[in-house]
Design a protein around this ligand. Structure first.
Ligand code: C5P
Length: 222
């Protein structure tokens, strides 16, 4: 394994965020964090110092060069990412961050009211990727992920531009074996100049290797 990421500081977000409604309920999503954890291991194996900000997941890490920060909500992930970013060379944002959180958290479990609807008001969460995109300095590289159900490439390209990303990894939800929970994934990588690299369905470990290879090629071009 080449050590060509030696001394590089890499920030990775992974997994879902949980947005609490009351002490026993939350709004979440099906992300497991497997893709982000595989990227963290790959970067560390190539010599990088990795900070992994992980949402709620049962996964564990093995490489000693990975510093793991566990968070629960989008706000916690946002604060941890902002704090770490100035010391970062490359940020890879693979987390499935909740777009909204409940306006109110109630200390007591919400009771069922027979026959009545329950309305929970949701307010927008901060966009970590867009904020880091605004803070980004010329020596820093920012990589995002997109999971789309329609007009995939068009939406992913819009996101890349809006959030000031250097490239974006587009996950497929249409291919079986790709996306949440699986041990395999199928991705395309889109660049700002509309160039595209597509990969076959592979294990997430191999996909992580492909993504880090692209990252390193991109750094050599800078
Ligand atoms: O949710 P969306 O499709 O806009 O996510 C695209 C990218 O932005 C992903 O890399 C995701 O991790 C990141 N993101 C974020 N903070 C959010 C929403 C998304 O960092 N609040």
């Amino acid at each position: 394994m080449s050590n060509s990421l030696l001394h590089k500081k890499i920030l990775i977000t992974a997994g879902p965020t949980y947005e609490r409604i009351d002490p026993v309920r939350f709004i979440g999503n099906f992300s497991t964090g497997k893709m982000g954890f595989a990227i963290a291991e790959e970067c560390a194996a190539r010599g990088a110092e990795v900070t992994l900000i992980a949402g709620v997941t049962s996964l564990s890490i093995s490489h000693p060069n990975i510093r793991r920060i566990d968070v629960e909500s989008a706000i916690e992930m946002y604060n941890a990412a902002i704090q770490a970013f100035s010391e970062t060379d490359i940020a890879i944002l693979s987390a499935a961050v909740a777009d909204y959180r409940p306006l109110q958290f109630t200390d007591e479990k919400i009771k069922r009211n027979e026959g009545e609807n329950l309305t929970i008001t949701l307010i927008p969460n901060p966009d970590i990727a867009a904020t880091l995109g605004q803070m980004k300095k010329p020596h820093q590289t920012l990589v995002g992920f997109a999971l789309e159900t329609n007009n995939e490439e068009e939406n992913a390209l819009k996101k890349m531009k809006k959030k000031n990303l250097d490239f974006i990894v587009l996950n497929s939800l249409k291919d079986s074996g790709a996306g949440f929970g699986h041990d395999t994934n199928k991705v395309s990588i889109l660049f700002a100049n509309s160039e595209k690299k597509s990969f076959e369905l592979k294990s997430k470990k191999e996909v992580a290797r492909d993504i880090v290879n692209v990252l390193m090629d991109n750094m050599l071009m800078c």
